[in-house]
Design a protein around this ligand. Sequence first.
Ligand SMILES: *Cc1c(COP(=O)(O)O)cnc(C)c1O
Length: 360
Amino acid sequence: MTRSAQARIDLSALRHNFQRVRQSAPTSRVLAVIKANGYGHGMVRVAQALDDADAFAVARLDEALTLRNAGVDKPIVLLEGFCAADELTALAQHGLEPVVHNDFQIALLEQTRTVNPISVWLKIDTGMHRLGIAPDNAAAAWSRLQACGTVAKPIRFMTHFANSDLRGDARNAAQIAKFTAALDGQQGERSSANSAAILSLPETHADWVRPGIMLYGVSPFTNGSAQDENLRPVMTLTTQLIAVNQHRKGDAIGYGGEWVCPEDMPVGVAAIGYGDGYPRHARAGTPVLIDGVRVPLIGRVSMDMITLDLRARPDTQIGTPVVLWGEGLPVEEIAECAGTISYQLLCGVTLRVAVSVTES
Ligand SMILES: *Cc1c(COP(=O)(O)O)cnc(C)c1O
């Protein structure tokens, strides 16, 4: 019996979503993206559950080492690569595959000897303008890596979309064309598709796809719904009601007193707040689920608590479960109410939230 917030992680939903990736990109290998603690779902847990994945991708070296220490022996790609020579030793030792996205890294590879050669992914900047070699310099970068003894051959190529969450956006076609042109005549495996491109741009699937958010059962599209994509939510965040109070017309609820009771009414208090990762900017009216019924949030989100308008459920008892997002209440909708994206909500669940794992 716990009164704290709980995140239920449904591993069968995770595997179902992985199969959706396979169905969508049947001829590509799958580089499952599990950075940021598996988008908040538990990185090691997710890696162990996805035994059908061909490889995993994380952002940073410490994440990759955590996976290796947990016994994960599949290929692991480091999406941010490396930025110092001493990291190369660890990459070679643990068989990690960094993304190479600038000349500084190429120079480090040229200057460093490692016990084993390192497999690399050469990243081309086709329009995201974050990490990557300019298309005009791609051939020269490839030649230097090809000549470098520290680099394992063959070299693979990748790029990343800036707008694939917007279906039909012309900038996606422009990035695809730049990637093709930059690699004209070049041999080597390619990867460009994140979740949104996997579901909406089949021409981008290539040798490797890189699903992140869709594995966790969330639509990658702006204003999209997971149900439309046949994805099942992996995380359901719940807590309990710890108080039900009768307030009077005119009573102001919570910090700042912005929400004022329009009539005599019951107000529920649930044990979750921004200290658990529930977004402080969730606006009044953001839904929670009580016994499958939507009930609106009122007042400001506190560190440990939220307040709820119980007029539609006046008989609700203390101890009743409250669902914040997940099964029956899409996290996409909560993100919209909080002016953010589902990615941030999932990654933001804090350590104090107890995790339970199910196979529904
Ligand atoms: C995070 C990330 C992905 C996964 O993106 P989703 O939108 O979560 O599918 C793919 N590729 C790169 C380079 C990333 O950083």
